[in-house]
Design a protein around this ligand. Structure first.
Ligand SMILES: [Zn+2]
Length: 125
């Protein structure tokens, strides 16, 4: 009997989810909430986005990482967190995969450190 490894299984689940996200052209402004969608808290969204049109729900979204071009899923759960907990603008979207996001953060932190060192040198010579 062949037993799939956990890793293999996880890869399959990810691939299936990705395919589903690629196919979905869901109208998030619709009142008809598809199965598996996460309801949006429009009251919370409204505070951060007073004038924008707000979605009624979130569904998994497919996107291609800006830096490494890998195919990724921005899950409904991650979107809800981003817009409602982190209070990201409703106009903002995921553009980088997880590892490129960390890389970009390290690059920015490093640029900031170099900049601050330069400023310090100028003032405390
Ligand atoms: Zn990437």
């Amino acid at each position: 009997m062949f037993i799939k490894s956990g890793l293999q299984r996880r890869k399959e689940i990810k691939a299936a989810r990705l395919n589903k996200a690629k196919r979905s052209e869901v109208d998030v402004y619709s009142d008809v909430v598809p199965q598996g969608a996460l309801l949006a808290d429009t009251e919370v969204l409204r505070e951060r986005n007073p004038l924008e049109r707000l979605p009624n729900f979130y569904v998994d979204r497919h996107f291609i990482c800006k830096d490494c071009e890998s195919h990724e899923i921005w899950t409904a759960k991650q979107q809800k967190w981003w817009y409602e907990v982190a209070r990201g603008s409703i106009a903002s979207k995921a553009i980088r995969c997880r590892s490129c996001r960390f890389k970009e953060k390290r690059r920015k932190d490093e640029a900031r450190r170099v900049h601050l060192e330069g400023v310090a040198r100028k003032h405390y010579k």
